[in-house]
Design a protein. Structure first.
Length: 275
């Protein structure tokens, strides 16, 4: 399950039987809660009847505990308690843990790292790995401890992150970005291709190999649209001719096909003659 689905499932397990109760427990919108409930019904995890909602079976989440790990309280930003990134929360005390646990903000209540959710093995225990992986809308987020800023590039973590990022680029699968935050640096992963300083407008890309990509960073929404249109045309030429060259031009304008054909050294095929 993704993060929102887990939050809704946890709320139902805790006794929330109405949409309103789930909204209050998760701080999600009415629409997102309704979508999550429908998804849980389709997965036959949830029963909905005149009495409301209830879990059909026990949660499949592994029995994992944070234990000695407080990395999410250290390297993540929590604006609700004025906690900056890469600074231990002032509400954390050695030997006691979170001293406002019962009154902690919703962000802390709903947060669950990917290791705790059971998506990774013990190599990914955050304190051991030096990485906190969590999900957000449309993204897999990897936060790296300042003391080991290149840990995400090391094995076994890098290959796994590459595999995760590739799934987010596959046609026919739900798209998502794989983002790494290491100190003040940010990276986008496209398989084994690392995009430094990704822009908020997106990155257009075409495959070079099964695990590597050529990319262009968008500078505006309009620029992103043109880049993506050209990338789609490149894929059509690739399918038609078996090859398409990669232009260096990073600010294309339509029509895209003539320029791409020239770069590729290709000529349009003559239509079959009519008899």
């Amino acid at each position: 399950m993704d993060q929102e689905l887990w939050n809704v499932a946890r709320a139902v397990e805790s006794g929330a039987t109405t949409i309103r109760a789930v909204v209050e427990a998760t701080a999600l919108s009415h629409l997102k809660v309704e979508r999550a409930l429908r998804s849980l019904e389709k997965q036959k995890w949830l029963i909905r009847d005149n009495a409301g909602f209830r879990p059909r079976q026990a949660s499949t989440r592994p029995d994992r505990q944070c234990g000695s790990c407080n990395l999410c309280c250290d390297i993540l930003e929590v604006t609700a308690v004025d906690k900056p990134i890469h600074q231990l929360c002032r509400h954390w005390e050695p030997g006691k843990g979170c001293v406002i646990y019962d009154q902690r903000p919703q962000m802390c209540r709903s947060f669950a790292c990917a290791w705790w959710q059971g998506h990774f093995d013990e190599d990914w225990f955050p304190v051991k790995a030096g990485l906190v992986v969590h999900f957000s809308a449309g993204a897999v987020n990897i936060h790296v401890v300042p003391s080991a800023p290149d840990r995400w590039r090391e094995e076994p973590w890098f290959s796994t992150l590459c595999g995760i990022s590739l799934k987010g680029t596959r046609p026919g699968l739900p798209p998502y970005a794989t983002l790494v935050v290491s100190g003040n640096a940010k990276f986008l992963l496209l398989g084994r291709t690392v995009v430094p300083d990704p822009t908020p407008f997106g990155t257009s890309f075409v495959p070079l190999s099964p695990e590597t990509f050529h990319y262009w960073k968008a500078r505006s929404e309009e620029h992103a649209r043109r880049l993506n249109e050209r990338a789609a045309e490149m894929q059509r030429i690739q399918q038609e001719f078996g090859f398409c060259g990669i232009p260096e031009e990073d600010d294309p304008h339509p029509p895209y096909r003539p320029a791409l054909m020239r770069v590729s050294g290709l000529q349009e095929r003559e239509p079959p003659s009519r008899r």
